[in-house]
Design a protein around this ligand. Structure first.
Ligand SMILES: [Zn+2]
Length: 172
C-alpha cells in the first residue's frame, strides 16, 4: 500500500501565458528531470517560464495546488542563445522575485551561477568549456562575471585555444 499524498506536475508557460503540463510524477526529483530534459531542447519553443506544481491528493477544499519552484528563461551571458534558465526565489515585500541560481542547458556551453554552499549570500559562477569559475557577491554579479569571462576568452583567443576548440568558439 502506498502512502501517496502529493503529486508533482512539471509545467511550462509560453509567451501567451498558456500553461502546458509535461507530466505527473510522485517524486520531486522526477519532476526536475522532466524539466531539465525539456530545457535541453527548448531553444526553438516560445516557452519563457516553467513551474513545478504540487497537488494534494484526496484533498477536498480550496487551493489544492502549491508552486514548489518557478524558473525563468533568459539569454545566456556566455553563448547568447536563449537557453539559460534561472530559478526564482521567494517574492520580496514588493512582490518581486530574484534569481537564486541558473544554468545554460546547451551542453556545449553549460555556463552556470549557483549559491555558494558554504558562505551564505555568496555565489559562484562558471563556464566549464573554458574551465573558468569565479566567486561573487550576488546572482547578478555572477551573470556579469560570465560576461567578463566571455570577453576575456575572446580577447585572448590564441592563448585559450588549448582548452577550447576553434569550432566550439565559433559555435558559441
Ligand atoms: Zn550558454
Amino acid at each position: 500500500m502506498t502512502d501517496l499524498r502529493q503529486v508533482f506536475m512539471p509545467c511550462v508557460i509560453n509567451t501567451e501565458r498558456e500553461k502546458t503540463e509535461l507530466g505527473v510524477v510522485t517524486r520531486e526529483e522526477d519532476a526536475w528531470a522532466v524539466l531539465r530534459a525539456f530545457f535541453a531542447r527548448a531553444e526553438d519553443t516560445d516557452c519563457i517560464s516553467a513551474t513545478i506544481d504540487v497537488w494534494e491528493v484526496d484533498y477536498v477544499g480550496e487551493n489544492p495546488r502549491t508552486e514548489l519552484a518557478e524558473l525563468s528563461r533568459r539569454p545566456c551571458p556566455i553563448c547568447e542563445r536563449s537557453s539559460f534558465w534561472s530559478e526564482m526565489g521567494e517574492a520580496n515585500f514588493r512582490g518581486e522575485k530574484q534569481s537564486t541560481s541558473g544554468r545554460c542547458y546547451r551542453l556545449e556551453c553549460s555556463a552556470w551561477v549557483e549559491p555558494n554552499n558554504i558562505e551564505i549570500g555568496r555565489f559562484d559562477c562558471g563556464w566549464p568549456a573554458a574551465q573558468w569559475t569565479k566567486r561573487v557577491e550576488s546572482f547578478n554579479l555572477g551573470i556579469r562575471g560570465l560576461v567578463e569571462m566571455r570577453g576575456a576568452v575572446t580577447a585572448s583567443g590564441r592563448r585559450r585555444r588549448s582548452t577550447m576548440s576553434k569550432e566550439l568558439m565559433e559555435d558559441l
